[in-house]
Design a protein around this ligand. Structure first.
Ligand code: APR
Length: 320
């Protein structure tokens, strides 16, 4: 049987890391696309030359031609510009919206059957725009945010409790920005919810609140340290987890920026919610019960995403 084909649109920091991870995990053959000449070709060759030591046979190809992504099973989109210190994700809107137009048209023309994972920020607006420009079914276009935000939360919690990260589960919903919604009630250590762990004296409410805030600021903390760009290792790993769930029909329950119509009282918009990912793409949106305080946080986050989508429509009238 032919290997799956994975197209990576954008060969920058995240794109290169995605290519390396996809090869090491032998998820399929990899096409790395970028408008910068030489970058995707150079990174592909470099990664291919790690194959003998690592022991993988994935074919790596770098290209500046969309025709090379033809028939891709998965497309992961990181094309665009990342944040610099002092910038919010929303500051990237105007530039990256134009990039989504060209990427969406490229995918529509050459890989219309792909499962598309968008990473470009501001995430919730960009995944919506990418879906509009590509015209692909909503269940096949999804944004990577919740897996990363939850992984950050899980990491901080595992350090706080001195337990394995594998035993910490966490849910972060809502938009991928300052208004994201880390749900402590639905986050656990091996099934023990965080509020119970506070009562058991494993941490205090104040320390938990600080971890929640650090999670919300997780991306900015790394931008502030790197100074020249934004995080790339954990974002790439998170998207690979989603791609693997699709390629292997794993039916994983992962928080993603998915198109929500009906659940959460929404009438059709992209926002971070729990989803099931399998061979059918986003196979289900899981409508969990929120209490009043959680719903208020979610509503604020939804309003922030709506504001970004409205700004996109203002910039590009074809989206209105
Ligand atoms: N088509 C294809 N590639 C493009 C285009 C385009 N129209 N415009 C820019 N690119 C490429 C750049 O040439 C660059 O190689 O996108 C790549 C982006 O890489 P980096 O600048 O290294 O950014 P990265 O850290 O990978 O982040 C990419 O993901 O997390 C988000 O906020 C982040 O929006 C940013 C995106």
């Amino acid at each position: 049987m032919a290997r799956p084909k994975i197209a990576l649109i954008g060969a920058g920091q995240i794109g290169g890391t995605l290519a390396h991870l996809a090869a090491i995990k032998e998820l399929g053959d990899v096409v790395l696309f970028d408008i910068a000449e030489g970058t995707p070709q150079g990174k592909s060759l470099d990664i291919a030359q790690s194959g003998p030591s690592e022991g993988f046979d994935a074919v790596m190809k770098g290209t500046n031609d969309y025709a090379d992504i033809a028939g891709a099973d998965v497309c992961i989109v990181t094309a665009g510009v990342p944040r610099k210190p002092g910038m919010s994700r929303d500051d990237l809107l105007g530039i990256n919206l134009k990039v989504m137009k060209s990427v969406g048209e490229g995918i529509k023309a050459h890989a219309p059957k792909a499962f598309v994972i968008c990473i470009t920020n501001p995430l919730d607006a960009m995944v919506w725009a990418l879906r509009e420009f590509s015209g692909l079914p909503h269940n096949m276009v999804v944004g990577m945010a919740g897996v990363l935000d939850s992984a950050r939360f899980r990491h901080f919690l595992s350090v706080e409790f001195n337990v394995s990260m594998r035993d910490v589960t966490a849910f972060v919903l809502g938009g991928h920005g300052d208004t994201m919604v880390p749900l402590t009630r639905y986050s656990t250590v091996a099934g023990i919810p965080l509020p119970d762990l506070v009562q058991m004296g494993w941490t205090t409410q104040e320390r938990l609140d600080a971890i929640v805030q650090r999670t919300r600021d997780g991306g900015a903390e790394i931008v502030g340290l790197l100074k020249t760009g934004s995080a790339f290792y954990a974002p790439a790993t998170s998207a690979i987890e989603m791609a693997e769930a699709f390629l292997k029909d794993q039916k994983r329950l992962l928080p993603c920026a998915a198109y929500v119509k009906g659940a959460y009282g929404l009438d059709g918009m992209y926002v971070g919610v729990p989803t099931i990912i399998g061979a059918g793409g986003i196979e289900r949106v899981v409508d969990i019960k929120l209490n009043a305080a959680e719903q208020a946080m979610m509503d604020k986050s939804i309003d922030a995403v709506k504001g970004l989508v409205a700004a996109c429509k203002g910039i590009d009238p074809s989206l209105a």
